[in-house]
Design a binder for this molecule. Structure first.
Ligand SMILES: [Zn+2]
Length: 218
């Protein structure tokens, strides 16, 4: 994807985060790597509803502003950590989708997927990253999870999901929120049933075979 198409995708995904109700106020941020030392991202302190291509900024691999008039957002360190850990990742979406964030605020990750397709798409589980103060501590907290997972729940914070391009990062965010909603709907009914372990193993094999993402813990 060239830089101008990527910029269009970043702006589109940003507006969608607002439209879906996955961010409020100035929350959330989207970035995409367009070169080894060039990352297009949303600027800080603006609603994702208002993001258009011209407002996007460019930072280098250290998070320093290279182009654009806005300022980098404070959570840029989380995005840079993903790019450092995963050469295959071209885009990162961080948001506060209410159902997924509710799980994270309750100190819960998704330890078992409630539906089969989700295992193929995102692996065996979506881990909860323990709360850490935003900044270097939060970066240190996510780092151990990045190699094996494509989406994480951040305790008392929100979600971070990443993939080859902004569309994939958005789809993964969408799936995390959808699964969280399913789990919360199932909770008053006695909770979602776990998938049979042998089926999970087969689904993980299918995931690895399709080259969708890291194979997960198994
Ligand atoms: Zn946040």
């Amino acid at each position: 994807m060239n830089e101008s198409r990527t910029r269009r995708a970043v702006a589109e995904v940003s507006r969608l985060l607002h439209e879906r109700g996955w961010v409020a106020n100035h929350d959330g941020n989207v970035s995409a790597r367009v070169g080894p030392d060039r990352i297009v991202c949303t600027p800080t302190a603006i609603s994702k509803r208002l993001i258009v291509e011209d407002l996007l900024i460019v930072v280098d691999a250290e998070g320093r502003l290279v182009a654009g008039r806005g300022r980098p957002f404070s959570e840029i360190g989380l995005h840079l950590a993903v790019y450092r850990a995963r050469r295959d990742v071209g885009a990162v979406v961080h948001a506060h989708p209410p159902h997924a964030t509710a799980l994270g605020c309750a100190g819960r990750g998704i330890d078992a997927m409630p539906i089969a397709e989700a295992v193929v798409s995102l692996g065996e589980r979506i881990p909860l990253v323990e709360y850490a103060t935003p900044g270097p501590d939060a970066v240190k907290a996510v780092e151990p999870f990045l190699a094996l997972h494509d989406a994480l729940l951040l305790a008392s914070h929100g979600t971070i999901a990443y993939g080859a391009d902004p569309e994939v990062a958005l789809l993964r965010t969408e799936l995390v929120e959808h699964l969280s909603r399913i789990l919360l709907c199932a909770a008053p009914l006695g909770g979602a049933c776990a998938l049979p372990p042998e089926s999970v193993a087969t689904l993980l094999q299918a995931r690895a075979k399709a080259g969708i993402g890291p194979p997960g813990r198994r």
